[in-house]
Write a protein that binds this ligand. Sequence first.
Ligand SMILES: [Zn+2]
Ligand SMILES: [Zn+2]
Length: 289
Amino acid sequence: MPKKIHTDLIGMHLSINGGLDQAISRAEELNCSAVQFFSKSNRQWQAKPLSEEEIEKFKLAVANSPTIQSTIIHASYLINIGSPDQPSAQKATIALQDELIRAQQLDVDHIVFHPGSHKEGPLDNCLDQIASNINLIFKNVKASKTKLLIETMAGQGTNVGYTFEQLSHIYNKIDQKNRIGFCLDTCHIFAAGYDISSVDAYKTVISKFDTILGLQNLHVIHLNDSKKELGSRVDRHEHIGKGRLGLEAFRYIMNDQQLKHITKILETPVESLDDNLRNLTTIRELIDD
Ligand SMILES: [Zn+2]
Ligand SMILES: [Zn+2]
Protein backbone atom coordinates (compact mmCIF):
# COMPACT_ATOMS: atom_id res chain seq x y z
CA MET A 1 0.00 0.00 0.00
CA PRO A 2 1.49 3.41 -0.90
CA LYS A 3 1.98 5.67 2.08
CA LYS A 4 -0.20 8.71 2.30
CA ILE A 5 2.29 11.58 2.53
CA HIS A 6 1.56 13.80 5.49
CA THR A 7 3.49 17.03 5.46
CA ASP A 8 3.28 17.27 9.24
CA LEU A 9 4.56 14.41 11.38
CA ILE A 10 2.06 14.31 14.23
CA GLY A 11 1.30 11.50 16.63
CA MET A 12 0.75 10.44 20.21
CA HIS A 13 2.19 8.24 22.89
CA LEU A 14 0.11 5.07 22.62
CA SER A 15 -0.22 1.75 24.41
CA ILE A 16 1.48 -1.49 23.30
CA ASN A 17 -1.20 -3.57 24.98
CA GLY A 18 -1.62 -6.72 22.89
CA GLY A 19 1.81 -6.37 21.22
CA LEU A 20 4.15 -3.71 19.89
CA ASP A 21 2.42 -3.69 16.49
CA GLN A 22 -0.79 -2.66 18.25
CA ALA A 23 0.69 0.80 18.88
CA ILE A 24 0.89 1.16 15.09
CA SER A 25 -2.76 0.08 14.64
CA ARG A 26 -3.88 2.50 17.35
CA ALA A 27 -1.96 5.34 15.69
CA GLU A 28 -3.51 4.53 12.30
CA GLU A 29 -6.99 4.63 13.79
CA LEU A 30 -6.22 8.20 14.88
CA ASN A 31 -4.76 8.96 11.43
CA CYS A 32 -1.35 9.71 12.98
CA SER A 33 1.76 10.00 10.84
CA ALA A 34 3.96 9.37 13.91
CA VAL A 35 3.78 7.29 17.08
CA GLN A 36 5.59 6.97 20.42
CA PHE A 37 5.41 3.97 22.76
CA PHE A 38 7.25 2.10 25.53
CA SER A 39 9.03 -1.01 24.27
CA LYS A 40 8.11 -2.80 27.50
CA SER A 41 6.27 -2.13 30.74
CA ASN A 42 7.37 1.31 31.87
CA ARG A 43 7.68 0.30 35.51
CA GLN A 44 9.90 -2.70 34.83
CA TRP A 45 13.69 -2.79 34.82
CA GLN A 46 13.97 -6.00 32.89
CA ALA A 47 11.98 -7.34 29.99
CA LYS A 48 12.50 -10.54 28.10
CA PRO A 49 14.34 -10.01 24.81
CA LEU A 50 12.19 -9.31 21.76
CA SER A 51 11.46 -12.42 19.73
CA GLU A 52 12.15 -12.57 15.98
CA GLU A 53 8.41 -12.84 15.50
CA GLU A 54 7.65 -9.69 17.53
CA ILE A 55 10.33 -7.76 15.65
CA GLU A 56 9.11 -8.89 12.22
CA LYS A 57 5.46 -8.22 13.08
CA PHE A 58 6.31 -4.70 14.20
CA LYS A 59 8.53 -3.88 11.23
CA LEU A 60 5.93 -5.20 8.82
CA ALA A 61 3.22 -3.12 10.50
CA VAL A 62 5.33 0.03 10.00
CA ALA A 63 6.35 -0.85 6.44
CA ASN A 64 2.75 -1.57 5.43
CA SER A 65 1.24 1.33 7.34
CA PRO A 66 -0.67 3.77 5.16
CA THR A 67 0.01 6.60 7.63
CA ILE A 68 3.06 6.03 9.89
CA GLN A 69 6.30 7.73 8.83
CA SER A 70 8.05 8.33 12.15
CA THR A 71 8.49 6.00 15.16
CA ILE A 72 9.77 6.77 18.65
CA ILE A 73 10.37 4.68 21.76
CA HIS A 74 10.23 6.41 25.14
CA ALA A 75 12.68 4.78 27.55
CA SER A 76 11.56 3.74 31.04
CA TYR A 77 11.13 6.55 33.59
CA LEU A 78 13.10 4.47 36.11
CA ILE A 79 16.39 5.01 34.30
CA ASN A 80 18.82 7.44 36.01
CA ILE A 81 22.25 7.14 34.43
CA GLY A 82 23.35 10.23 36.39
CA SER A 83 22.71 8.72 39.83
CA PRO A 84 25.45 9.46 42.38
CA ASP A 85 24.95 5.89 43.64
CA GLN A 86 27.24 3.94 41.31
CA PRO A 87 25.50 0.55 41.43
CA SER A 88 22.20 2.30 40.54
CA ALA A 89 23.85 4.27 37.75
CA GLN A 90 25.38 1.09 36.36
CA LYS A 91 22.06 -0.73 36.45
CA ALA A 92 20.43 2.22 34.69
CA THR A 93 23.14 2.36 32.03
CA ILE A 94 22.60 -1.33 31.25
CA ALA A 95 18.85 -0.67 31.07
CA LEU A 96 19.28 2.28 28.69
CA GLN A 97 21.68 0.24 26.57
CA ASP A 98 19.04 -2.50 26.42
CA GLU A 99 16.43 0.08 25.38
CA LEU A 100 18.72 1.26 22.57
CA ILE A 101 19.27 -2.32 21.38
CA ARG A 102 15.51 -2.95 21.34
CA ALA A 103 14.94 0.30 19.44
CA GLN A 104 17.57 -0.72 16.88
CA GLN A 105 16.04 -4.19 16.51
CA LEU A 106 12.68 -2.56 15.81
CA ASP A 107 14.37 -0.05 13.51
CA VAL A 108 12.62 2.91 15.14
CA ASP A 109 13.83 6.41 14.34
CA HIS A 110 14.35 7.77 17.84
CA ILE A 111 14.60 6.75 21.46
CA VAL A 112 13.78 9.49 23.98
CA PHE A 113 15.04 9.35 27.57
CA HIS A 114 15.11 11.55 30.68
CA PRO A 115 18.68 12.60 31.45
CA GLY A 116 18.48 11.80 35.18
CA SER A 117 18.54 13.17 38.74
CA HIS A 118 21.53 14.31 40.78
CA LYS A 119 19.86 13.35 44.08
CA GLU A 120 22.23 14.15 46.97
CA GLY A 121 25.22 14.66 44.63
CA PRO A 122 26.49 17.79 42.85
CA LEU A 123 24.60 18.72 39.66
CA ASP A 124 27.68 19.12 37.44
CA ASN A 125 28.99 15.66 38.36
CA CYS A 126 25.63 14.25 37.37
CA LEU A 127 25.83 15.94 33.94
CA ASP A 128 29.39 14.63 33.42
CA GLN A 129 28.33 11.14 34.39
CA ILE A 130 25.34 11.18 32.04
CA ALA A 131 27.71 12.00 29.17
CA SER A 132 30.24 9.35 30.13
CA ASN A 133 27.55 6.68 30.44
CA ILE A 134 26.14 7.62 27.03
CA ASN A 135 29.66 7.34 25.63
CA LEU A 136 29.93 3.88 27.19
CA ILE A 137 26.64 2.79 25.60
CA PHE A 138 27.72 4.10 22.20
CA LYS A 139 30.99 2.20 22.55
CA ASN A 140 29.13 -1.02 23.36
CA VAL A 141 26.38 -0.74 20.74
CA LYS A 142 27.06 -0.30 17.03
CA ALA A 143 25.56 2.78 15.39
CA SER A 144 22.33 2.54 13.39
CA LYS A 145 19.78 5.04 12.12
CA THR A 146 18.19 5.12 15.62
CA LYS A 147 19.09 8.33 17.43
CA LEU A 148 19.19 8.70 21.20
CA LEU A 149 17.36 11.88 22.23
CA ILE A 150 17.80 13.66 25.55
CA GLU A 151 14.53 15.22 26.72
CA THR A 152 14.26 18.73 28.17
CA MET A 153 13.03 18.42 31.75
CA ALA A 154 10.79 20.47 34.07
CA GLY A 155 13.36 20.36 36.87
CA GLN A 156 11.12 18.64 39.37
CA GLY A 157 12.95 17.46 42.50
CA THR A 158 16.59 16.91 41.60
CA ASN A 159 15.95 16.15 37.90
CA VAL A 160 18.61 17.66 35.65
CA GLY A 161 18.29 18.90 32.05
CA TYR A 162 15.89 21.75 32.80
CA THR A 163 18.11 24.43 31.28
CA PHE A 164 19.48 24.44 27.75
CA GLU A 165 22.93 25.05 29.28
CA GLN A 166 22.75 21.81 31.30
CA LEU A 167 21.81 19.89 28.16
CA SER A 168 24.65 21.55 26.28
CA HIS A 169 27.04 20.54 29.08
CA ILE A 170 26.08 16.89 28.43
CA TYR A 171 26.12 17.24 24.64
CA ASN A 172 29.59 18.79 24.57
CA LYS A 173 31.04 15.71 26.27
CA ILE A 174 29.47 13.16 23.91
CA ASP A 175 32.00 11.42 21.63
CA GLN A 176 29.67 10.29 18.83
CA LYS A 177 27.56 13.42 18.39
CA ASN A 178 25.93 12.11 15.21
CA ARG A 179 24.08 9.54 17.37
CA ILE A 180 22.56 12.00 19.85
CA GLY A 181 19.95 14.75 19.72
CA PHE A 182 17.18 16.41 21.73
CA CYS A 183 13.47 16.12 22.40
CA LEU A 184 11.82 19.37 23.49
CA ASP A 185 8.78 19.01 25.75
CA THR A 186 6.61 22.16 25.75
CA CYS A 187 5.17 21.49 29.23
CA HIS A 188 8.61 20.79 30.67
CA ILE A 189 10.37 23.88 29.28
CA PHE A 190 7.47 26.09 30.39
CA ALA A 191 7.56 24.62 33.90
CA ALA A 192 11.33 25.12 33.83
CA GLY A 193 10.82 28.84 33.18
CA TYR A 194 10.99 29.18 29.37
CA ASP A 195 7.94 31.23 28.39
CA ILE A 196 6.52 30.38 24.97
CA SER A 197 3.00 31.66 25.59
CA SER A 198 3.37 34.95 23.68
CA VAL A 199 4.88 35.30 20.23
CA ASP A 200 7.90 37.39 21.25
CA ALA A 201 8.71 35.14 24.20
CA TYR A 202 8.33 32.10 21.93
CA LYS A 203 10.76 33.50 19.35
CA THR A 204 13.31 34.30 22.07
CA VAL A 205 13.15 30.77 23.50
CA ILE A 206 13.46 29.04 20.12
CA SER A 207 16.39 31.23 19.14
CA LYS A 208 18.02 30.52 22.53
CA PHE A 209 17.56 26.79 21.90
CA ASP A 210 19.14 27.20 18.47
CA THR A 211 22.11 29.13 19.85
CA ILE A 212 22.80 26.78 22.77
CA LEU A 213 21.76 23.36 21.42
CA GLY A 214 21.21 23.82 17.68
CA LEU A 215 17.81 23.36 16.03
CA GLN A 216 19.47 20.83 13.71
CA ASN A 217 19.81 18.58 16.80
CA LEU A 218 16.11 18.82 17.67
CA HIS A 219 14.33 15.72 16.36
CA VAL A 220 11.15 15.39 18.44
CA ILE A 221 8.80 17.85 20.12
CA HIS A 222 6.46 16.68 22.88
CA LEU A 223 3.29 18.76 22.64
CA ASN A 224 1.79 19.04 26.12
CA ASP A 225 0.01 21.90 27.81
CA SER A 226 0.97 22.53 31.44
CA LYS A 227 -1.28 22.32 34.52
CA LYS A 228 1.31 24.35 36.46
CA GLU A 229 2.52 27.91 35.98
CA LEU A 230 5.67 29.21 34.30
CA GLY A 231 8.77 28.34 36.33
CA SER A 232 6.87 26.06 38.74
CA ARG A 233 9.37 23.23 38.06
CA VAL A 234 6.40 20.84 38.33
CA ASP A 235 5.73 18.39 35.49
CA ARG A 236 1.94 18.01 35.02
CA HIS A 237 0.61 17.60 31.51
CA GLU A 238 -2.69 19.18 30.48
CA HIS A 239 -4.94 18.94 27.42
CA ILE A 240 -3.85 21.18 24.52
CA GLY A 241 -5.14 24.72 25.07
CA LYS A 242 -6.57 23.96 28.52
CA GLY A 243 -3.47 24.74 30.59
CA ARG A 244 -1.16 27.62 31.51
CA LEU A 245 0.57 27.49 28.13
CA GLY A 246 -2.62 28.08 26.18
CA LEU A 247 -3.55 27.45 22.56
CA GLU A 248 -1.44 30.23 21.01
CA ALA A 249 1.86 28.61 22.03
CA PHE A 250 0.90 25.54 20.01
CA ARG A 251 -0.15 27.69 17.06
CA TYR A 252 3.37 29.22 16.98
CA ILE A 253 4.98 25.78 17.02
CA MET A 254 2.71 24.23 14.42
CA ASN A 255 3.29 27.11 12.01
CA ASP A 256 7.01 27.66 12.64
CA GLN A 257 8.66 26.68 9.35
CA GLN A 258 11.94 25.93 11.18
CA LEU A 259 10.13 23.15 13.07
CA LYS A 260 7.99 21.91 10.18
CA HIS A 261 9.94 18.68 9.56
CA ILE A 262 10.22 17.75 13.26
CA THR A 263 8.08 14.90 14.62
CA LYS A 264 5.51 16.13 17.14
CA ILE A 265 4.09 13.82 19.79
CA LEU A 266 1.24 14.44 22.22
CA GLU A 267 1.45 13.02 25.74
CA THR A 268 -1.73 14.65 26.94
CA PRO A 269 -3.88 13.09 29.70
CA VAL A 270 -6.31 10.33 28.79
CA GLU A 271 -9.29 10.66 31.10
CA SER A 272 -12.01 9.75 28.65
CA LEU A 273 -12.15 7.80 25.39
CA ASP A 274 -12.25 10.78 23.04
CA ASP A 275 -9.41 12.75 24.72
CA ASN A 276 -6.74 11.56 22.26
CA LEU A 277 -8.75 12.38 19.17
CA ARG A 278 -9.85 15.75 20.59
CA ASN A 279 -6.27 16.82 21.42
CA LEU A 280 -5.04 15.69 17.99
CA THR A 281 -7.85 17.57 16.26
CA THR A 282 -7.06 20.69 18.27
CA ILE A 283 -3.42 20.50 17.15
CA ARG A 284 -4.25 19.79 13.50
CA GLU A 285 -6.68 22.71 13.33
CA LEU A 286 -3.94 25.12 14.39
CA ILE A 287 -1.95 24.54 11.21
CA ASP A 288 -2.47 27.37 8.70
CA ASP A 289 -3.13 26.26 5.12
ZN1 LIG B 1 9.48 12.04 28.65
ZN1 LIG C 1 6.23 15.36 31.50
